[in-house]
Ligand binder design. Structure first.
Ligand code: GLN
Ligand code: ZN
Length: 767
């Protein structure tokens, strides 16, 4: 019999119960045991749901109070000294939760662990900090406790453990050394962990090693063999499932099938082509867990096609060897489509969220096991998909025809940068080292109150608009008073930089409850890009024109770029992403041209997600960067030479994408500089970056106001390697999350420092 499995379920709850409980707890309005009760309630609900759906291998230990990588570090006793001694989170007592949340969020002057993206998802994990002589000890028994909790409910589960190689790959060493050197130190703690799981009743254990789909170093390849031999010996009776996901195994296939485990899980959504190779390479004793329904995207699966593809494989491999599962943990999907209240039945019929993925897996397994009802049930998904493929809501011939007519010159500005720069400088008349900001200004309690009142229907559209206009005008006056050279309107009308465009473009929809955990208690509701993308009318021109009319200074139009829009949405899977990106780019191109026609001399197109969209394997980078940069250029190249195009990126480690950044050919790029603005400029200069750049002088991720000395020193470093004519002065990201006091103080400092630097430059020229 083919069995069913699940690798992980979203823990936030259908109504984001975990988020509300976490936030109450942090505010002091819910004590540790109250939070623990909510957590236990969610776990019980999710286990029962999976059992009801007919899932046979149900995960436990996939719950987390904040993040599964943090939990792994805590389990292994890898608690940096500043957070105190290792602790046991299973207790869920006030002390343990206190230490845990301090690691996650910081507090009392203690900085938190760093947050970064989990593989190529929009989920952020906390980066474990390991010392060169790090000691590991099995310290926290939450996975064992959750296993027993499920078993007390009569549900046998398969505990989930992030494997040692993936854990080390995701961690960083405080001394800059390679974390793989700590493998021998970490293994005894893993041995104790797995041994305790077995002692607590586990008959099988899921070891997540998504790092197996990455390019591996020789030390890592060697480490897999050593580590798994050791773990195998430690728990000889437990059935070990090695879970790989987010890509194909590629050249790591031989390594993976040779490890001494009982079941290998492979991602057949990201890499359907690896199925035959996996079956051929796997020894007959190795069970196979086939990740066949998408854990990363929301489109219903064509179950008939999948059934036909799998039937011969199951016959060949033997059905007892096969488990069917989602491609990866369902953490990345909203919980339940049944929560949707939008009333768009047609569109909803095309979708599957986490709960529906379980139905798909169970139905498919039933059909493969010869169940007549299940077999009959497959046809529905196929019919729905056929309807989606031909729906007039998906296909807009005008959009496709226009795209087909695009020629390469659409992706090139009319003149090269030097000529454009001359025209722009003549038009704008800006001083050397012009000052500007990245777009958003503080979304204060008043702004949020206004929005909430409008949402509740207490404020009509007119009054809402009047309120937003007031905030916008005040923001512009403030920038003028501070002496900023290039102004922005403040983005008060936007809640989210992607949703804002999703709401205005054809081909997108938004969900009512499609929440996905981004980090901790923070959830996002990605728009769903389901069809050909078109712009029925201008999207931002009214606000930008309104703002421009309030001041004599140059105003920047503000847009989100095609790659970022795709990266932060659920994107249709029925055509290559590169095509979808070009459609979005064309819609944005019209907007950029309309902003120019409305008199905006500068338009900024943000691409903070360009780098995070980078494929996991290096060999796939060039193809991605090619279409990504092309889409950006397509969106901005419709304008005159004297219209200045800015872009913005939210990261400082851009070494990997430097060529792409140059290829964007934006007139000005502003970048995050959390490492140090000096390094960013040096790296750009070294790479021969030819256009203008605004290194982030103020790290807006902290409320700290930069000192005059700091900023002066940074300017000197920058001016030593790049000509003043090509340097801008700005914070390193939008100011949405900051308060006005620190925004005013910091911008005043930036403006003053720019003036001092100009003074020094003039003195050099005319001594
Ligand atoms: N223009 C956006 C803002 O200022 C950019 C945000 C971002 O970089 N993520 O909010
Ligand atoms: Zn940013």
């Amino acid at each position: 019999m083919t069995t069913t499995a699940n690798l992980g379920f979203p823990r936030i709850g259908r109504d984001r119960e975990l988020k509300w409980a976490q936030e109450l707890h942090w505010r002091g309005d819910l004590d540790a045991s109250g939070l623990a009760d909510v957590a236990a309630g969610l776990r019980a609900t999710h286990w029962r749901l999976q059992q009801d759906k007919g899932i046979q291998h149900i995960p436990s230990g996939d719950f987390s109070y904040y993040d599964q990588v943090l939990d792994t570090a805590v389990t292994l006793g890898a608690v940096p000294e500043r957070f105190g001694a290792p602790f046991d989170i299973a207790a869920s007592d006030a002390d343990a939760l206190g230490s845990y949340f301090t690691m996650a969020r910081g507090g009392n002057g203690i900085p938190a662990l760093e947050l970064t993206k989990w593989f190529d998802t929009n989920y952020h994990y906390l980066v474990p900090e390991l010392a060169a002589d790090q000691e590991f000890r099995y310290s926290s028994k939450a996975t064992a406790a959750q296993l027993q909790e499920a078993s007390a409910l009569g549900i046998a589960t398969r505990p989930v453990v992030i494997g040692p190689l993936t854990f080390l790959r995701l961690a960083k060493r405080t001394d800059g050394g390679d974390t793989i050197e700590l493998l021998d130190a970490i293994l005894p703690a893993y041995v104790d962990w797995l041994t305790d799981l077995v002692a607590s009743g586990a008959t099988e254990i899921q070891l997540d090693e998504p790092a197996l789909v990455l390019d591996l170093s020789p030390a890592e390849i060697d480490g897999y063999g050593r580590a798994y031999a050791r773990l195998r010996d430690a728990v000889p009776t437990a059935k070990l499932t090695l879970a790989t996901y987010f890509g194909g195994l590629g050249d790591n296939l031989e390594l993976a099938v040779g490890l001494p485990v009982d079941v290998l899980h492979v991602d057949l959504v990201r890499d359907p082509g690896q199925l035959d190779a996996v079956v051929a390479a796997a020894p007959a004793s190795l069970g196979l867990s086939l990740g066949v329904v998408d854990g990363r995207n929301v489109w219903r699966t064509d179950l008939t096609a999948l059934y036909q593809r799998l039937l011969p494989v199951v016959e060949q491999a033997g059905s007892d060897r096969i488990q069917l599962a989602p491609s990866c943990s369902l953490l990345h999907l909203p919980v339940d489509l049944a929560s949707e209240t939008g009333g768009d039945a047609e569109l909803e019929s095309w979708l599957a969220f986490a709960t529906q993925r379980l139905d798909e897996v169970a139905l498919l397994a039933g059909a493969l096991n010869g169940d007549a009802d299940a077999l009959a049930g497959l046809a529905e998904s196929t019919a729905v998909l056929a309807a989606r493929r031909t729906s007039p809501r998906v296909l807009q011939p005008a959009v496709q025809e226009r795209l087909a007519a695009v020629t390469p010159d659409w992706s090139r500005r009319r003149a090269a940068y030097p000529k454009r720069a001359a025209a722009q400088h003549a038009r704008l008349g800006l001083p050397l080292l012009p000052t500007t900001t990245i777009g958003s200004f503080p979304q204060t309690a008043e702004v949020r109150r206004l929005r909430a009142a409008h949402r509740r229907g207490e404020l009509d559209a007119e009054a809402y608009r009047a309120g937003l206009e007031e905030f916008t005008v005040a923001c512009i006056r403030k920038q003028e008073e501070l002496g900023v050279d290039v102004l922005v309107h403040g983005e008060f009308e936007r809640t989210d930089m992607v949703e804002h465009f999703g709401l205005k473009l054809d081909g997108f929809t938004t969900t009512s409850h499609g929440w996905v955990q981004s980090y901790g208690s923070r959830c996002v509701k990605p728009p769903v890009l389901f069809g050909d993308v078109a712009r029925p009318e201008p999207m931002t021109v009214d606000w930008s024109a309104f703002a421009a009319a309030q001041t004599d200074r140059p105003m920047k139009g503000m847009l989100t770029g095609p790659i970022t829009i795709l990266q932060w949405s659920f994107v249709r899977d029925d055509q290559p992403e590169s095509v979808t990106a070009r459609q979005v780019a064309l819609a944005l191109r019209d907007e950029v041209v309309d902003l120019e026609a409305a008199g905006l001399p500068i338009v900024q197109v943000d691409e903070p997600a360009l780098r995070e969209g980078l494929p996991l394997r290096r060999r796939d980078w060039a193809a991605y960067l090619d279409w990504a940069t092309e889409a950006f250029r397509l969106s901005v190249s419709g304008v005159r030479n004297d219209t200045q195009i800015h872009t913005h990126m939210c990261y400082a480690e851009f070494g990997d994408v430097m060529d792409a950044i140059i290829a964007l050919d934006a007139d000005v790029i502003s970048m995050e500089a959390s490492r140090s603005g000096g390094e960013v400029v040096a790296e750009l200069a070294e790479a021969g970056y030819p256009n203008e750049v605004g290194p982030g002088v103020w790290d807006i991720h902290s409320p700290r106001v930069p000192s005059a000395d700091e900023v002066d020193a940074l300017f000197e470093t920058a001016l030593a390697v790049l000509p003043a004519e090509r340097l801008w002065v700005n914070p390193d990201c939008g100011l949405k999350t900051r308060g006005w006091p620190e925004v005013e103080a910091s911008l005043a400092e930036l403006v003053a420092a720019a003036a001092r630097a100009r003074g020094r430059l003039v003195a050099q020229v005319q001594p």
